[in-house]
Ligand binder design. Structure first.
Ligand code: KG4
Ligand code: ZN
Length: 346
């Protein structure tokens, strides 16, 4: 049995978790997430985020060990996110992970944040294991992947501009909602009339074929501009904003569902796994189920705590990499961006 500590500091959550188990039988023993409440500037300020990680990392890790009833000496490995993310923020976790590993003579594993999101759902759903189609939708990424096996990923599509969560956040700002705005937009959209506004579905053409360049690609900046124009054109934004939120969300979700369904169909998968902060959106999950369940495809979504950034998913992906024999040296570095490991040719 392996016991592993995960550390995540890629953006604005300082998080640590302990997992133990073997193979796909992994149990979460603890998960501590400290969300930074410092969005006074309407977004994440890298310098402020790094400083907040610095003050939180020690107590957050201590608490995760304590809640798991374990000590550093009982760990088999430490997994830490080293890419992608804000370099200054990542460096806090990477440096602390390295120091702990060195001081306690424990192996260290570097984890790709998006591979973490890919594993998150499997912590809660035994059947959310490969082969499956994965749609990862977060504040920084929109990735559609075919997952043949853990560690074997075919990148089907990504966003050409804004990530899905970023689109939600920008639209929230246009509608005068707080940051991060995804859940406020979803809430507002519930009261919206779907017929008042109609925004085009980006990158979705009827009868598109897999060889078409845009078959799997995403783009949300045009949709954001459509929202901006609707806001500017509104004579009474307080009355219109729920309808605008509704039209925006309908268009974005339709696109996500259509592209995910294309991936499921092409590879004849029976499972679709959602991950990333936008997977908290229950309207998305409902739409995905409505489209795919009649086709015999099971849709798995993580609960909000595991959908948004957390260290349990990092420990879980690190667990897989550790069992494969991967080890990071003390020269492990942080990188703002890098491709998810294990990509096979499309
Ligand atoms: O995965 P995550 O916690 O952080 C990144 O790695 O980016 O995702 C955060 C994103 C934000 O853009 C936030 O607005 C979005 O997830 N989000 C939502 C909802 N809850 C969080 N978007 C749409 N609907 C929601 N209910
Ligand atoms: Zn994330």
């Amino acid at each position: 049995m392996t016991r592993i500590l995960g550390i995540e500091t890629s953006c604005d959550e300082t998080s640590a978790a302990v997992l133990e188990g073997a193979g796909d039988e992994v149990t979460q023993k603890s998960l501590v997430i400290l969300s930074q409440d410092i969005h006074v500037f309407g977004g994440v300020v890298p310098e402020i985020a790094s400083r907040a990680h610095l003050t939180s990392i020690v107590p957050v890790v201590d608490r995760a060990l304590q809640e798991a009833g374990t000590t550093l000496g009982d760990l088999d490995a430490i997994a830490v996110t080293n890419t992608p993310g804000l370099v200054g923020a990542l460096l806090v976790g990477v440096s602390y992970g390295k120091a702990l590993a060195f001081a306690s003579n424990i192996p260290l594993v570097g984890v790709h944040h998006m591979e973490g999101h890919l594993f998150a759902t499997a912590l809660e759903h035994r059947d959310a294991v490969p082969p499956f189609t994965a749609l990862l939708v977060s504040g920084g990424h929109t990735l559609l992947l075919d997952v043949e096996a853990w560690g074997k990923y075919r990148l089907l599509g990504a966003t050409r501009d804004d990530a899905a969560g970023e689109a939600f956040d920008k639209v929230a700002k246009l509608l005068g909602l707080p940051y991060p705005g995804g859940r406020y937009v979803e809430e507002l959209a519930r009261r919206g009339n779907p017929k008042r506004f109609n925004f085009a579905r980006p990158m979705v053409r009827k009868n598109a074929l897999p060889k078409d360049e845009e078959y799997y690609a995403f783009s949300f900046s045009g949709l954001k501009t459509a929202v901006l124009n609707a806001v500017r054109g509104s004579k009474d934004i307080d009355t219109d904003k729920a309808d605008i939120a509704r039209a925006f969300q309908d268009s974005l979700i339709d696109t996500l569902v259509e592209k995910a369904a294309r991936g499921v169909l092409e590879f004849s998968r029976q499972r679709l796994v959602l991950g990333g902060g936008v997977a908290c959106n229950t309207t998305l999950a409902v739409a995905m189920r409505k489209k795919l369940e009649p086709e015999g495809v099971a849709v798995f979504t993580p609960t909000p705590r595991l959908a948004t950034d957390n260290a349990a998913m990092i420990a879980r992906a690190g667990f897989f990499r550790f069992e494969k024999g991967e080890r990071a040296g003390l020269d492990l570095n942080a990188y703002a961006s890098s491709p998810i490991p294990g990509l096979v040719a499309a």
